[in-house]
Ligand binder design. Structure first.
Ligand code: FMN
Length: 319
C-alpha cells in the first residue's frame, strides 16, 4: 500500500497541501503543466509587461521559418460567436531574427522555450531543426505541419500520414532536441496522423491547431477575411479539441500538450482528465493577458481542494 493512500482514491506520494505541478514533455521539464499556444504570445516581449514569464511551465513562440514571411493581406482576423478566425499567414521575421534578437530576451527567464517551426518543404523543416539544435535557450521544437492559412506547404504535410512521417523523420534526423508534432483538426482521422508522427520519432504531440472556417458580411456581400478562410480558435472549438485529445491519448504513449479554447483552469483540468499531460493557453491571452497565470493558480487550487498531491495523477483519468 502506498504512502498516504488518499480518501479520494488517488495514490499519494506527496502532500496535497503543496501539490507537485511538474510535468515532463519528452526531455522538457516544465515546472507546471501550462504553456502558451504558438502565435498567441508572440516571442514573450509584450507579455513580460504583465507578469514574470518564469512562472510559465514553458513558452511556445510564434511560428518561425528560415526566411522572413510577410503573411496574408488584411483583414486577417475576425471575431465570431465564442471564438475568432485568423488568417495571419505565419508572418514572422525568420530564424536569424529569432536567434539574434528574440532568444537573448527569453534567456533571462527561467523557463524552457519551445520553437514552433514552419516550412514550405521538408528540406526547410530539416534545416530549421539543424540550425536550432545547439542554440542556447531552446528546449524543444514544435513542428507546425498544421497551419491552415498558408497556401503552400504546412497543411499539405499534416493531412496525410505519409507527409507527416516525412517531415517528422527529417526533423528527427537533424536534432537532439525534444520534438513535438502539432496536429491539425482538419483531417479525416487525427489518430492515424498522430500514430505516423510518433512512429517517425516525435517525442510528443500537441493538438489542436485551428479549425478551418470562414465569415461573410451579408451587407457588403464580401468575405470578412482577405484570405477568405481562416483558422477558428477560442471556446467554440473546445469540445472538438477535447474529443481529439481523448482519442489520441488512448492511441499513443507519448506525452500530449492539449489546447483549443482553454480560457480557465476548469477548461485546463478537463484537458488533463481527457489525456493531456500539459496544456496551452491560446486565444485566451488576447482576452485576458493574465489568463495563463490564473490557470496555473487554478490548477494548483484544484489539486489542493481535491486531495491531489501530484498533477500527473489526474491525467487520463476521466471515465
Ligand atoms: C492569431 C493566432 C496565431 C496563431 N499562430 C500559430 C502559429 O504561428 N503556429 C501554430 O502552430 N499555431 C498557431 N496558432 C494556433 C494556436 O497555437 C492554437 O493551436 C489554436 O489557436 C487553438 O487554441 P486556442 O483556441 O486556445 O487559441 C495561432 C492561433 C491564433 C489565434
Amino acid at each position: 500500500m502506498g504512502v498516504n493512500q488518499g480518501v479520494s482514491g488517488f495514490e499519494r506520494s506527496g502532500n496535497p497541501e503543496t501539490p507537485n505541478l511538474e510535468v515532463e514533455i519528452g526531455r522538457i521539464r516544465m515546472k507546471n503543466p501550462v504553456t502558451v499556444g504558438s502565435g498567441t504570445f508572440g516571442f514573450g516581449q509584450e507579455m513580460a509587461d504583465f507578469y514574470d514569464l518564469s512562472r510559465l511551465g514553458a513558452i511556445t513562440v510564434k511560428g518561425t521559418s528560415l526566411k522572413p514571411w510577410l503573411g496574408n493581406d488584411y483583414p486577417r482576423t475576425v471575431e465570431t460567436p465564442s471564438g475568432m478566425l485568423n488568417a495571419i499567414g505565419l508572418q514572422n521575421d525568420g530564424i536569424d531574427s529569432l536567434i539574434n534578437e528574440k532568444l537573448p530576451f527569453l534567456r533571462q527567464f527561467d523557463v524552457p522555450v519551445i520553437v514552433n517551426i514552419v516550412g514550405h518543404s521538408v528540406d526547410e523543416y530539416a534545416e530549421l531543426a539543424a540550425r536550432l539544435d545547439n542554440v542556447e535557450g531552446v528546449a524543444g521544437l514544435e513542428i507546425n505541419i498544421s497551419c491552415p492559412n498558408v497556401k503552400q506547404g504546412c497543411l499539405v504535410f499534416g493531412t496525410t500520414p505519409e507527409g507527416t512521417a516525412e517531415v517528422v523523420s527529417a526533423v528527427r534526423a537533424r536534432t537532439g532536441l525534444t520534438v513535438i508534432t502539432k496536429l491539425s483538426p482538419n483531417v479525416g482521422d487525427i489518430v492515424t496522423i498522430a500514430l505516423a508522427a510518433v512512429e517517425a520519432g516525435s517525442d510528443a504531440l500537441s493538438l489542436i491547431n485551428t479549425l478551418l472556417g470562414t465569415a461573410i458580411d451579408p451587407w457588403q456581400r464580401r468575405f470578412r477575411l482577405a484570405n477568405i478562410t481562416g483558422g477558428l480558435s477560442g471556446p467554440a472549438i473546445k469540445p472538438v479539441a477535447l474529443r481529439m485529445v481523448y482519442d489520441v491519448a488512448r492511441a499513443v504513449d507519448v506525452p500530449i500538450i492539449g489546447m483549443g479554447g482553454i480560457m480557465t483552469a476548469t477548461d485546463a483540468i478537463e484537458f488533463l482528465l481527457a489525456g493531456a499531460n500539459a496544456i496551452a493557453v491560446g486565444t485566451a491571452n488576447f482576452v485576458n493577458p493574465m489568463a495563463a497565470v490564473e490557470i496555473i493558480e487554478g490548477i494548483e487550487d484544484y489539486c489542493k481542494s481535491n486531495g491531489v498531491s501530484d498533477v500527473n495523477e489526474i491525467v487520463k483519468t476521466v471515465s
